[in-house]
Design a protein. Structure first.
Ligand SMILES: [Fe+2]
Length: 195
């Protein structure tokens, strides 16, 4: 077993949350859920947030709003539909291993679950969501997104079913930063809340 989520202790979160909430208050809640855009459009608090992380995040951040009941089966965060969310900054087939998620709406006590595939099968990255139901999974971690910013392993199989509307912002580490690298980076910066 190993940890796939850590809360972060970061400064100026109230100001950042306020700016993020005000940027896209009317975003529609959909299963597709995410909108990706250049973080510099959002405002000065968002730019400061990137600077706090040494501008290590991909330029495009995401806003996610999904309705209650939305179920995400085990998946890995890859641009499987080749939507080019990052406008060429990374190829679509590269998993984003680590993401910082910040809750903008109401907390939902539901746990996200992380899994490993005990058969370690090779699968088509474009079809990985469809094929994932056939896998032999082992649960390795569970954690719930609360009011603290959360460092989240998006590069390992993960699943969740929201019970409330989920509204959040996400900031992605570059694909060549592995999960363990993002954890150590946050620990070194003094951000990581140990479990
Ligand atoms: Fe995901």
């Amino acid at each position: 077993m190993f940890y796939c989520a850590y809360e972060l202790n970061l400064p100026n979160m109230d100001e950042l949350r306020e700016e993020l909430r005000n940027y896209a208050p009317d975003q529609e809640a959909t299963w597709q859920a995410s909108e990706y855009l250049d973080h510099r459009l959002v405002g000065p608090e968002t730019i400061k947030f990137y600077e706090l992380f040494d501008d290590c995040f991909l330029i495009n951040m995401r806003f996610l709003k999904a309705p209650p009941g939305t179920y995400y089966q085990p998946h890995i965060d890859i641009d499987a539909n080749e939507m080019d969310h990052f406008q060429g900054e990374i190829p679509p087939y590269m998993p984003r291993h680590a993401t910082v998620n910040i809750l903008l709406g109401e907390p939902d006590p539901v746990m996200t679950q992380w899994w490993v595939d005990l058969e370690a099968r090779k699968i088509d990255w474009k079809r990985h969501r469809q094929d994932s139901s056939e896998k032999k999974y082992k649960l390795v971690d569970e954690f719930s997104l609360g009011t603290a910013p959360l460092l989240f392993n998006t590069g390992l199989w993960h699943s969740v079913q929201y019970t409330k509307e989920r509204w959040m912002a996400g900031f992605h580490f570059h694909p060549l930063v592995p999960w363990e690298g993002a954890v150590e980076y946050c620990r070194e910066k003094g951000f990581l809340v140990e479990r």
